[in-house]
Write a protein that binds this ligand. Structure first.
Ligand code: ADP
Ligand code: MG
Length: 510
């Protein structure tokens, strides 16, 4: 296994924080991992469980090929070893929502082994090593109907395919843990193996947390279960770290335990003391043969892999000479990356496109809680607007007004289709975007003043009306210059080209 050197880490009250993650990603297959029942979320209780999921006697599990393909995709994305031969095991425990009395999982030989996840924490590049990712089935759900004082069991979720992704204890702060989880979330959704819906439980994280004095062996960990929002993740880990340090400070030792986070109180509390692997009496499932993955299958899956976010970000730096920060931000989702590429290619103004997408476009999307897939201004329309800034037709400020008008007047749009590098973009759409923008510019009188005679007249007027300021500038007060530029811009109703104002004004003052 590869080794990653850890630099001196941040301490909390003299303690080093150590975190390892176990993440359950629900695989976006049509049917369950060992049966043909559907896995759609939110159906009437017990309408999506078949005889296999109900563990009726005489039924047998049959492996879902697509679930295995998803595991291969993850392994390829994270540089893991994909086992040619892996084994399903029974993890035995009793719970009302587990009718078989055991969960089918993988124990000694998981399908995905090793690999790593890299991401930026601020300016710093971090790498978290993976131990493994294994396939397993989910259990049903116990529903506690408080108002009738009864509990029920819904087995719709029983047999839903999960990939449990386990890291080494490599993280050293709650911020790093959240950044890891966000990166992993981005990857599983990007490669299409998980819908990433955290509210519906499609991506849930267990955070193993311990503290130690620097240089000491690892402390005893407590495992915070089922964190299904990034915000709670951070709060839960921070609380847990404070709690453990306080316990140790008071002379207590930490007991290994499974804990739950309560978002209402912001506290973690123990649910049960943690079982050891031995308690589960793992043994290979005799109903399932070993899972064999031929190299040809891996190659087949590899051929369908998209360009990954990190590779794409590196390409954006190369191809569009964007700063690393821009390229990382623009590769948050395939849709955002596609939007950028269309706007950059069609306008020929990559950096400007990046600025607008990270600025105006993101600001409007956030304010309206929309995804870029549904942006009312298309990438082609943005490209057309950028062309009009670049050719001097409108100033940046006037362009913002045009953008606002287009945004509020356009109907929501369908999804942006990804453009592979080198593809031609929709020039037709850009042309019609330009026509639309020119109409708005005309109607609202936003055209930048490019007539130097008219501009000189305005400058003369402003200078005549502000002789004290002109004197100040000539006496060496540079600030007076900016004030004069401001007045000229105002007198032109914002239509003058700021660069031109600068040049002409400076000439006249000298
Ligand atoms: P188990 O078999 O009990 O689930 P594992 O060895 O598989 O335990 O570890 C589970 C998770 O806990 C892994 O993500 C691992 O990195 C993490 N972990 C192990 N020891 C510690 C520790 N001392 N502090 C924090 N995390 C830990
Ligand atoms: Mg484990």
């Amino acid at each position: 296994m590869n080794t990653v050197k850890k630099e001196a880490s941040l301490l909390v009250q003299g303690y080093e924080v150590v975190i390892g993650f176990e993440t359950h990603a629900q695989l976006a297959t049509k049917s369950k991992i060992f049966s043909r029942a559907p896995i759609a979320f939110g159906a009437e209780p017990n309408t999506q469980a078949c005889a296999v999921d109900l563990a009726l006697p005489g039924t047998l599990p049959v492996m879902n090929r697509e679930a295995v393909a998803h595991a291969i995709r993850l392994g390829l994305a994270l540089g893991s070893h994909i086992a040619e031969h892996s084994v399903f095991a029974r993890k035995n425990y009793f719970y009302p929502d587990l009718p078989k009395g055991y969960q089918i999982s993988q124990f000694e030989i998981p399908v995905v082994q090793g690999g790593e996840v890299s991401f930026f924490l601020g300016e710093e590049k971090k790498t978290v090593r993976l131990v493994r990712a294994h396939l397993e089935e989910d259990a049903g759900k116990s529903l506690h109907e408080d108002f009738v004082g009864q509990s029920g069991i819904d087995l719709n979720r029983a047999g839903t395919p999960l990939l449990e992704i386990v890291t080494e204890p490599d993280m050293r702060s709650s911020a790093e843990a959240v950044a890891y989880a966000k990166e992993l979330h981005k990857i599983v959704t990007w490669i299409g193996i998980c819908d990433g819906n955290m509210q519906e439980g499609s991506f849930r994280c267990d955070a193993n947390v311990s503290v130690r004095k620097p240089g000491e062996p690892l402390g005893t960990r407590r495992e915070i279960k089922n964190l299904n929002s990034f915000k709670f993740m951070q709060q839960a880990i921070d609380y847990e770290v404070r709690w453990q340090i306080e316990q140790i400070g008071d002379g207590h030792s930490i007991q290994q335990a499974t804990v739950l986070f309560d978002p209402d109180t912001g506290e973690t509390r123990a649910m049960r003391t943690k079982e050891d692997a031995a308690d589960y009496r793992y043994f290979p499932d005799p109903d399932l043969p070993p899972l064999v993955i031929a190299q040809e299958w891996v190659e087949e899956v590899k051929a369908t892999m998209p360009e990954l976010p990190r590779q794409m970000a590196e390409r954006f730096v190369r191809e569009y000479t964007l700063p690393e920060y821009d390229s990382t931000t623009l590769t948050q989702s395939p849709a955002m990356a596609a939007y950028f590429e269309i706007a950059a290619k069609a306008s020929g103004q990559a950096k400007m496109a990046s600025n607008w997408i990270m600025g105006e476009v993101s600001r409007r999307l956030n304010a309206e809680d929309r995804e870029i897939e549904n942006a009312p201004v298309s990438a082609e329309q943005l490209a057309a607007l950028l062309q009009r800034i670049a050719d001097g037709t409108v100033s940046n400020n006037a362009a913002k007004q045009v953008f606002e008008l287009m945004w509020s007047e356009s109907a929501p749009r369908g999804p942006v289709v990804h453009v592979a590098s080198g593809d031609a973009v929709g020039q037709g759409a850009v042309v019609s975007g330009v026509a639309q923008i020119d109409a708005i510019i005309e109607a609202k009188g936003l055209k930048q003043m490019n007539d130097s005679g008219a501009l000189e007249a305005i400058i003369d007027e402003v200078m005549a009306a502000n002789t004290p300021m002109v004197e100040q500038f000539r006496a060496g007060k540079d600030k007076a210059f900016n004030a004069l530029v401001g007045m000229v811009m105002k007198a032109s109703k914002g239509k003058a080209n700021p660069q031109q104002v600068n040049d002409v004004l400076r000439q006249k003052l000298q």
